[in-house]
Design a protein around this ligand. Structure first.
Ligand code: ATP
Ligand code: MG
Length: 561
């Protein structure tokens, strides 16, 4: 920690005080996902926070899989999570842990609680346990098994482990206070019997420890100093502290809660995302529409943009919903600096330039990124037939329309001014081709007679065009807070994916590498799909459109204040 460093939030404040007072010499944090799905943008917040604190204060951050519930957990999820944390730019070094690796120790700590008279084996059924538990306004009742002797409890717990009892027939519970105003303290369950194969320990165990028992002990065994979690665990903190106080662990980590990240127009819950996948609303965990890290990576979001976003969101103590426009703004800002500009026609309309010599090709000079002159220029071929965007032509344009219309002029980006002489239609009356002329005196942005041509449109030479499929992604939901409705799947945006099969790209994109990103001029940022794109059959994803609604919101707010 350097002199004069200012805490950026209340967690840093706590950490700095602990370092100053000498309570800790080195800080140790952890990111503890349960491998029951893919990591999402909410997790990214927690990853950036935990790994970021370790970086900032010169400590370390562990990656620990909180794998105590084998039914929904798998190696696939573990591997995906590791990949995602790395992709975000963080490194746990040698500090990779699994709660399952502590099962033996956890068992011993449970035995310790029994010996201290602080845990007992309960034979009540799950329904009875719920019923005895009471409500927020009524105290609970004590189980008739609560006062079993230490010897009996030790014997029963050992036999639970040995597999003598059927699933769900007994549990181990902490003996705390059935009248506590905090429901979590009403003799919480510590162990349950479950004959489920665990991806890591196989069939070695038929009893599994509960999260509230496992988590504090795992933290303590790893020497975690600050155990940072989301607000819903605030009411669990007394139990976290109770466990650590009553078993002989080597240290006493401090639990600190912060507000989870919620994003508008999307969902950040592994359980709900799984529902969308299982029911076919999206194609999988890495569908570019879902806010998983795998999804946004495929969509073309960069780790830099995500880290920047997490930084800007900050760390708060009160839950709120962040506007997804802010995330999109961060993505745009990063790509704006780095993405080469190219021309791509998504919905092509053929234009024949009748006075341009057949067979002639000119190489026009185009700027790669006006934001960064060091990215240089490239040559774009121009010839007699080009494609333009269907929407850049209107037969009967409204006032103020600056693009192409019968008898009107428009400039082809980096090239000549063309004039629409004739419109060719099919039998249904659809415009299928334009006949134009070009003015050879208009290269380089000027016109010989000083006449104004205000519209500039992008284009691709037909003879040189590279075909591609382009997938236009948009927000996953039509409503702002899909997390608030029961049947959130009914609000999936039907236009969240539009596939265009017949797109035309400038030839410099022929060898575009999967994962590389570009700005398609006037349209947005696009990347080469890392799953489906192949040489010769390119697939691009729209990462984000150009229009920045967040910048607009900001401007309005600035004007108001
Ligand atoms: P989900 O509901 O998606 O399964 P979870 O909290 O159950 O989320 P875990 O795998 O248990 O998922 O989470 C790992 C860590 O990430 C926890 O410390 C949790 O607090 C944190 N986390 C999860 N979701 C968010 C979020 N939306 N914002 C910030 N942190 C989060
Ligand atoms: Mg969870």
């Amino acid at each position: 920690m350097s002199e004069g460093m200012q805490p950026a939030n209340f967690i840093e404040d706590i950490i700095m005080k602990d370092l100053e007072s000498g309570k800790h010499k080195e800080i140790v944090t952890r990111f503890p996902p349960e491998p029951n799905g893919y990591l999402h943008i909410g997790h990214a917040k927690s990853i950036c926070l935990n790994f970021g604190l370790a970086e900032k204060f010169g400590g370390r951050c562990h990656l620990r899989f909180d794998d105590t519930d084998p039914e929904k957990e798998s190696v696939e999820y573990v591997e995906a999570m590791k990949r995602d944390v790395k992709w975000l730019g963080f490194d746990w070094g040698e500090h990779l842990y699994h709660a399952a690796d502590y099962f033996e120790q956890l068992y011993e700590y449970a035995v310790e609680l029994i010996k201290k008279g602080l845990a007992y084996v309960d034979d009540l059924s799950p329904e009875e346990i719920r019923e005895y538990r009471g409500t927020l306004t009524e105290p609970g009742r004590e189980s008739p098994y609560r006062n079993r002797s230490v010897e009996e409890n030790l014997d029963l717990f050992q036999r639970m482990r040995a597999g003598e009892f059927p699933d769900g027939s007994k549990v181990l519970r902490a003996k705390i206070d059935m009248a506590s105003p905090n429901m979590n303290m009403r003799d919480p369950i510590l162990y349950r019997i479950k004959r489920v194969n665990h991806y890591r320990t196989g069939d070695k165990w038929c009893i599994y420890p509960m999260y509230d028992f496992t988590h504090p002990i795992s933290d303590a065994l790893e020497g975690i100093t600050h155990s940072i979690c989301t607000l819903e665990f605030e009411d669990h903190r007394p139990l976290y502290d109770w466990v650590l106080e009553n078993v002989s662990v080597p240290c006493r980590p401090q639990q600190i809660e912060f507000a989870r990240l919620n994003l508008s127009y999307t969902i950040t819950s592994k359980r709900k995302l799984l529902k969308l996948i299982e029911d076919g609303y999206v194609a999988g965990w890495d569908d570019p529409r879902v806010p998983t890290i795998a999804g946004v990576r495929r969509r073309g979001y960069t780790p830099e943009a995500i880290r920047d976003f997490c930084e800007r969101v900050g760390v708060a103590k009160k839950n709120s919903v962040v506007d997804i426009a802010m995330l999109e703004h961060c993505v745009r800002e990063d790509l704006n600096r780095r993405a080469p500009r190219v021309m791509a026609v998504l919905r092509p309309l053929k234009v024949v330039i009748e006075n341009y010599p057949e067979g002639k090709v000119e190489e026009l000079e185009a700027v790669n990124n006006p934001e960064d002159p060091s990215m240089g220029t490239r040559k774009v071929p121009f010839s007699r037939e080009v494609f333009i965007e269907q929407e850049d032509f209107m037969e009967d344009p409204p006032k103020g329309y600056r693009r192409l219309a019968p008898g009107r002029e428009v400039r082809l980006r980096y090239g000549y001014v063309i004039k629409c002489e004739k419109v060719i239609k099919d039998e249904d009356g659809n415009v299928v081709e334009l006949r134009c002329t070009y003015d050879p005196e208009t290269l380089g942005g000027s016109t010989p007679d000083g006449r104004k041509v205000r519209g500039i449109i992008h284009w691709v030479s037909a003879a040189h065009a590279v075909p591609a499929e382009v997938r236009l992604y948009d927000r996953l939901f039509t409503i702002e807070n899909p997390g608030d409705v029961e049947d959130f799947w009914n609000y999936v945006n039907p236009e969240s994916l539009i596939v265009l099969k017949d797109c035309k790209l400038e030839p410099s994109l022929a060898d575009a590498e999967p994962g590389s990103f570009y700005q398609f001029e006037r349209q947005g940022y696009f990347c080469v799909d890392i799953v489906d794109s192949k040489p010769g059959s390119l697939v691009f994803n729209r990462t984000v459109a150009l229009k920045d609604s967040w910048a607009k919101i900001q401007k309005r707010q600035d004007a108001q204040s």
